[in-house]
Design a protein around this ligand. Structure first.
Ligand code: ACM
Ligand code: ZN
Length: 534
């Protein structure tokens, strides 16, 4: 105690002019901010102790985050709860594990969570309140603050096939997600332009992580009569070993983020076909694509080796990623080759299938059974509805809301990620010249903010199948980390209020007034962001 008073006095005497400003109006806006009616304040001084309960490694880790974000000194809590100026505790009564409550009173700050993740979100909230320009002593208005996220699934997707991102940047990306209260990182690991995860039983796949060039200026020329591809000759290469993947999984888990790996199947598989051409209907060759189209070359559904290959891949993916959810893609799969392929047609006959969409559904069901055997659940893009949904499949609705509505009515769980609100590869300003080249489209900040994940068409029971919302960063035109961050921020801040706030709390103008404080943190952390918004 004497030491505490000494630190406090020293802070007061030594740094009178560096009192930081505190504002509890952060992103996402908590449900409750009750300020002391008399406007009293308490002092938080850097170097003060943050106490955490004994015997809980996650709470100890939380205390280290408080050290990193707030400049506090972790200390094991021995006796009474409020023995240190800042205390982290569990035991908040709430059915929502991510709920937190912060009590700022004369004794200091108490951050209470319904679980360890709630405490983490409380620490992030306090970090945002005191923003970036922190002095050594911070005057905190006395208050009670409480929040809990509206949705249990709060996602963001990054495509590392079209362009590869280092493990260092991937961790930075995870830090950004954590700052915004995201708890699911959907990682698009494979596609026509490159295979990224190591599969030990299939070593050839490492060769599929290399492409010699990338088309310049997007697909210019490809779709024009007589047009030809113009490529730059910069190779794109990148492969994650299983050790690296496990390290990233652990890094995310410390930040209460689950990683959902996606192996996109049976389409978007040219990278794998480039090294295992026997898995395609035509036998190949299938060079890795330097351009971006919906490729007609997909896995041959009629070849028994295809399911063998998929089970080998997904088996190792399950070994590396503990996620309950595994994403199997399923989008944009032309079935033209299947119509002409003897093997595919023979299997359809054997199974009594009438159309090729049912053949894709058959593959999904087989993969789903395999994953269920590993205790996992399958997510697929909304095309998985087409030949009939596999048992328990979770639908990611991207071509608008209709796939999600259809799935919820069939009592399947849904994640909403419609292009109109969630495709962060689209331009965010009307003036295209003012922004780096993008795939097209227009998704301003205001439209992300306006998203309502639960469509009015659903009744109360059906609405319960909507797990949450997610943004997607397809990386065709994002070759650098700076570009990824520019596309992500500040739109992720808008999505985070969609995921955390109740509809009645939402107000775009008020949100934009809260944004500059969050952007201070972006600048301190070196995150690139779009400084304008529409
Ligand atoms: C997708 O955008 N092809 C899911
Ligand atoms: Zn075939």
């Amino acid at each position: 105690m004497r030491k505490y008073i000494a630190t406090l006095l020293a802070a007061l005497l030594l740094s009178p002019g560096v009192m930081a400003e505190v504002n509890y109006q952060v992103v996402p806006l908590p449900q409750k901010i009750e300020l002391d009616p008399q406007g009293r304040k308490t002092l938080l001084v850097r170097g003060q102790e943050v106490a955490y309960p004994a015997g809980n490694a996650r709470m100890e880790r939380n205390a280290r985050f408080a050290q990193e974000f707030l400049g506090l000194k972790p200390r094991l809590m021995k006796g009474k709860r409020r023995e240190a100026p800042v205390c982290l505790t569990l035991g908040l009564q709430s059915e929502n594990p991510d709920a937190y409550q912060i009590t700022v009173d004369k004794r200091g700050v108490l951050i209470q969570g319904a679980s360890e993740s709630g405490v983490f979100y409380g620490i992030q909230m306090l970090r945002k309140s005191i923003a970036a320009e922190q002095g050594d002593s911070i005057e905190l208005p006395l208050a009670t603050i409480a929040a809990q996220p509206r949705f249990q699934y709060r996602g963001a997707m990054l495509d590392c096939s079209r362009h590869f991102f280092s493990t260092t940047f991937t961790k930075k990306f995870i830090d950004i997600l954590a700052l915004h209260g995201i708890n699911q990182f959907h990682w698009h690991l494979t596609d026509d332009q490159g295979w990224r995860p190591e599969i030990k039983a299939l070593p050839e796949l490492e060769k599929a992580s290399y492409r010699s060039c990338t088309v310049i200026g997007r697909n210019i020329g490809l779709h024009e009569p007589g047009g030809s591809l113009i490529c730059d000759d910069t190779p794109v290469q990148g492969f994650y070993t299983q050790d690296e993947l496990r390290d990233i999984v652990a890094y995310a888990a410390e930040r209460y983020i689950n990683i959902i790996p996606e192996i996109d199947l049976p389409g978007h598989m040219v990278a794998a076909l480039s090294v295992y051409p026997e898995l395609g209907c035509t036998g190949g060759p299938y060079p890795i694509r330097p351009y971006y189209t919906i490729d007609p070359d997909v896995l041959c559904a009629g070849n028994p080796k295809t399911l063998e290959f998929l089970k080998t891949v997904l088996g190792e993916i399950c070994d590396v990623f503990p996620s309950r959810y595994i994403h199997i893609g399923g989008d944009e799969t032309p079935r033209t080759n299947w119509k002409k392929c003897q093997k595919c047609q023979a299997l359809m006959k054997e199974l009594g299938l009438k159309e090729e969409a049912q053949l894709q559904s058959y593959i999904n069901r087989e993969v789903g059974k395999f994953l269920a055997g590993r205790g996992r659940e399958m997510i697929g893009w909304d095309e998985v509805l087409e030949g009939g949904l596999a048992e328990n499949a979770i639908v990611m609705s991207w071509r608008g809301y209709s796939g999600g509505i259809q799935a919820a009515r069939q009592h399947h769980r849904v994640i909403m990620t419609p292009t109109d609100n969630c495709y962060f590869d689209y331009y965010q300003l009307g003036d295209r010249e003012a922004q780096p080249v993008s795939i097209g489209g227009y998704l301003p900040l205001s439209r992300v903010y306006a998203m309502e994940p639960i469509p009015g068409e659903l009744n109360e029971e059906e609405a319960r199948y909507i797990l949450g919302a997610q943004c997607n960063l397809w990386s065709e035109d994002m070759a650098s980390p700076d570009h990824v961050m520019y596309m992500l921020l500040p739109r992720l801040a808008a999505l985070c209020e969609v995921q955390w706030c109740q509809p009645a709390q939402k107000d775009f103008k008020a949100f934009t007034e809260r944004l500059p404080q969050l952007q201070k943190l972006y600048r301190t952390a070196g995150y690139k962001y779009c400084t304008k918004y529409e």
